[in-house]
Design a protein around this ligand. Structure first.
Ligand code: NAD
Length: 475
């Protein structure tokens, strides 16, 4: 068992004021693998004070200094990719292919952020006599979920630091090992104290303090829509700037001209990535009435060929669910799907045979789903897919947009012109045609209940900046 009893505040690992402890299990075995002592309000206030003191200096540092810090963290992180991979897999059961992909992406985010640190990003002439300057917004509170904590910590902190902000991070309490490993990397990078603070604590204690404390000027939150709304309400009292990356119920549209040998692996990959624990998962599969039987048969064959197993097995395509609580939540959705009259194509209730010990869920597909059924309307966050039949392109667009969410969408089809015409009518922050594309410079974020604002690239950086216009009247 790993004991984590220190918090990274003001450039040092300190024994926290908080005394509450939390034990975490390996989701594949149920064995307790971590005990973490959590931070409390006092620790949070100390971290916020340290970040404010550091902001006074860091916000005035040269762009060269900012670039140097980002590079240093990147370099220290790349020295530790192997242990990080092991931690990610053990802590929440991510299949190796997914953990590897996310980790590479996380490490790269420091360099992508560094690219943006140029004089023209922060100061430009709109026209003669009108100059625009972009100042760092202040101390950023970064609150993130467990479904690959390392990735969220890197993407958010790299952008904030590139903007000239200092940060107080509160990653998920379910990711203590990952959070601690990242704090060690920040420590090794040797930045001046207070620029990065990492708090291991719960949402209702540390998260709440970050949200309410006037020493935090910006919140970047990723997590559930319910908590996002709570944070936005609390943050407005001190007029914090808020970016919210929330839930999703993304559609995958299989067009009537789609080649199934490409379309089926594509929709299953995006539907079940990270064992279905992904905000961007394409969990509503929209199929044309004209090819219903053929596509359903191919989906069944495709999903039944996917191996469920622990992350220690490199062939596992689907791993365990992060916690018993999430496992039970997914079971209740499967039950609800059956009760509401959806037809179970494959999967269903209980553990897969031979995997009774951990939080493994049978990869499940429901067909004959009505878009208004609970399983099609609500985010399940597990390997459960709903197949909905449409009549024509207009009907597919209507069903795709008939959702409270609007994070991602996916389209599989041969006629690219038609696919793009469909894409333009979808209400989603990102739309991928015929394959998953990872572009860290393109905006990432959601329409409707999927959030407010965007991360990544220029859009993400601007969310940590406060624009200021200076007019010069020449007499
Ligand atoms: P969650 O909302 O329960 O928790 C997210 C974070 O908020 C955690 O660090 C948690 O401790 C903290 N928190 C909880 N209560 C809080 C409070 N009262 N005040 C401040 N902070 C609080 O989400 P989760 O279960 O960790 O993650 C799953 C959810 O995250 C899903 O809904 C998923 O769609 C969403 N998500 C969204 C994106 C995106 O980019 N849009 C990405 C990944 C996950």
């Amino acid at each position: 068992m790993q004991i984590i009893d220190k918090q990274f505040i003001n450039g040092t690992f300190i024994t926290p004021h908080g005394i509450q402890q939390l034990e975490l299990e390996n989701p594949a075995t149920g064995e307790i693998i971590t005990r973490v002592t959590l931070a409390d309000e006092t620790d949070t206030q100390n971290a916020i004070a340290a970040a404010n003191a550091a902001f006074k200096i860091y916000s005035q540092a040269s762009l060269e200094t900012r670039r140097d810090y980002l590079q240093r963290i990147h370099d220290k992180m790349t020295e530790r990719l192997d242990p990080l991979l092991e931690i990610i897999s053990n802590e929440y059961g991510a299949p190796q292919w997914f953990a590897q992909f996310a980790l590479q992406d996380a490490a790269r985010s420091w360099l992508v952020a560094r690219e943006q640190v140029n004089p023209e990003t922060f100061r430009y002439n709109l026209k003669e006599g009108t100059e625009v300057i972009l100042d760092p917004v202040g101390v950023a509170g970064l609150i993130s979920p467990w479904n690959i904590s390392v990735w969220f910590m890197c993407v958010k902190a790299s952008t904030a630091l590139a903007a000239g902000c200092t940060v107080v991070m509160k990653p998920s309490e379910l990711s203590a090992r990952q959070n601690n490993a990242m704090a060690e990397i920040f420590n090794d990078a040797g930045l001046p104290p207070g620029i990065i603070n990492v708090l291991q604590g719960t949402g209702d204690v540390v998260g709440s303090e970050i949200t309410r404390n006037p020493g935090i000027h910006k919140i970047s939150f990723t997590g559930s829509t319910a908590i996002g709304k709570l944070i936005a309400r609390q943050a407005v009292d001190s007029m914090k700037r808020v970016t919210l990356e929330l839930g999703g119920k993304s559609p995958s549209i299989i067009m009537d001209d789609a080649q199934l040998e490409n379309a089926i692996p594509f929709v299953l990959q995006v539907g079940l990535q990270n064992s279905g624990q992904s905000c961007t998962a394409g969990t509503r599969i929209l199929i044309p009435e004209s090819r219903e039987a053929e596509i359903i048969e191919a989906l069944k064959k495709g999903i039944e060929a996917m191996k469920v197993g622990p992350s220690t097995d490199p062939d596992s395509a689907i791993g365990p669910i992060v916690s018993k609580k999430q496992y039970e939540r997914i079971q209740s959705y499967i039950k609800k799907g059956i009760e509401e009259g959806a037809e179970l194509l494959t999967g269903g209730l209980a553990h897969p045979e031979g995997l009774e010990k951990g939080n493994f869920v049978k990869p499940t597909i429901f067909v004959k789903v009505d878009n208004h059924m609970t399983i099609a309307a609500e985010e399940i966050f597990g390997p459960v897919l709903s197949v909905i039949t449409y009549k024509d392109d207009a009907d597919a667009i209507r069903i795709a947009n008939d959702s409270a969410y609007g994070l991602h969408a996916y389209i599989a089809g041969a006629d690219i012109k038609r696919a793009k015409a469909i894409a333009e009518k979808l209400q989603a922050g990102r739309i991928a045609i015929n394959g998953f594309v990872d572009e860290p410079r393109a905006p990432f974020g959601g329409f409707k209940q999927s959030g407010i604002g965007r991360e990544f690239g220029k859009f993400g950086l601007e969310a940590f900046l406060e624009p200021k216009a200076i007019f010069e009247v020449r007499n």
